[in-house]
Design a protein around this ligand. Sequence first.
Ligand code: ZN
Length: 122
Amino acid sequence: MKEDFNDIFVVTGQCPAQQQLLDYVQGKLSAAEQHEVEKHVANCELCSDALEGLAAMPQKERLPVMVRQMKWQLLRKLRKKNHRRKWHNDHSQDYYMQLVLAVMAILFLLLAAFWAVHFMQK
Ligand SMILES: [Zn+2]
């Protein structure tokens, strides 16, 4: 089983299974298998992030589920980066507020000027 993992892993170059990452973190893999995982993780951001999370987490029994969730969240985050609608909305709202304040300031100055002229004429 573990030799199979090694071969498949090298041939396909795909991400190792969650269980394999888990075994790696828990030190259950042989030195050669560990090396393969390390080689992959060095080139795969998804797995390196997942491994980081695995290493930091205390409840190792629940990890396989959490890895799946983390990968999903990571993918969602990456997708969100493509269209930052919220940021644009917030930004344009700030711009709009500044515009309103500027217009109000100008109106106030005009009004003050109008009254000043009005009183000077009297
Ligand atoms: Zn990977």
